[in-house]
Design a protein around this ligand. Structure first.
Ligand code: ADP
Ligand code: MG
Length: 254
């Protein structure tokens, strides 16, 4: 479904992803996990075609209208004056088009999605007045009406209460059962082990990609942590318990 071939992506010459290769199979349910700044959002944006690779390529076997992307909540503008119903209706964009009509059937689809995420009665509320959990439910309802084949979620459960997380996890499982391909950036190893069969472990480079139990082995997690500590090249490196540090010019951050 999605193939990464020696993908390198940089921001102003600073590589955020190095030489990543691998494949997300059609119908797979994959967690993308790694320390802060390890390139997880960069990976999703590259699959969406929002960033241009500096090297290598991303091939996506699905038309862009069939891809749904949920950005990190912090990147979403909530001040836009939009009702819950209209916000979900935006997910039908490819069916409605610029000059198309909103048919009763479409409105029914929207209503079913609003009910499906537990927000019946909120249709006319403005999205700016919602809590983070309610807003995330709205955005999931929008993904539902999109009927996408490939769904990309960036930290969908960040700052969510446990009831919202459970409701959204159930939706992800339903999408998986329907044969959609889902990738989600997550933080919680335990949640990944419980709910996501496949895992990509990133630390700017690829640490592991495969079934979750082997990808999240202790040696792999240690390696991801060690790599992330090595990035902070301005910080003083901690040498507790080691032989006296060599002269600064010879220090290695590994
Ligand atoms: P993650 O989602 O794993 O926390 P990101 O993919 O957001 O990581 O970022 C990877 C690296 O790229 C980080 O060092 C981050 O500071 C840097 N980065 C991300 N977005 C930008 C940007 N727009 N401009 C410059 N650097 C960026
Ligand atoms: Mg991120």
């Amino acid at each position: 479904m999605v193939k990464l071939d020696n993908l390198t992506v940089s921001y102003r010459q600073h590589p955020a992803l190095h030489h990543i290769s691998g494949e997300f199979a059609r119908g797979s349910l994959t967690a993308v996990i790694g320390p802060n700044g390890s390139g997880k959002s960069t990976l999703l944006k590259s699959v969406m075609g929002l960033l241009r690779p500096e090297g290598g390529r991303v091939s996506v076997q699905v038309p862009s209208a069939r891809i749904a992307y949920l950005a990190q909540l912090t990147e979403i503008d909530r001040s836009f004056p939009l009702s819950v119903q209209d916000c979900v209706l935006l997910g039908c964009w490819s069916a409605v088009g610029a000059w198309g009509r909103v048919t009763p059937a479409l409105l029914q689809r929207v209503q079913a999605a609003v009910v499906g995420v537990g927000l019946a009665g909120f249709e006319q509320r403005s999205v700016g007045s919602l809590s983070s959990g309610q807003l995330q439910r709205v955005l999931f309802a929008r993904l539902m009406v999109q009927e996408a084949d490939l769904i990309l979620l960036d930290e969908p459960f960040n700052a969510m209460d446990s009831r919202t997380t459970e409701a959204l996890l159930a939706l992800i499982h339903r999408w998986h059962a329907e044969g959609r391909t889902v990738m989600a950036v997550l933080h919680d190893d335990e949640q990944v082990r419980q709910h996501f069969p496949q895992t990509v472990l990133l630390a700017r480079e690829l640490v592991a990609w495969g079934d979750t139990a082997s990808a999240l082995s202790q040696p792999n997690l240690r390696r991801a942590r060690a790599l992330s500590e090595a990035w902070d090249d301005n910080a003083d490196i901690c040498h507790i318990g080691e032989a006296p540090a060599p002269a600064p010019a010879l220090r290695r951050a590994a």
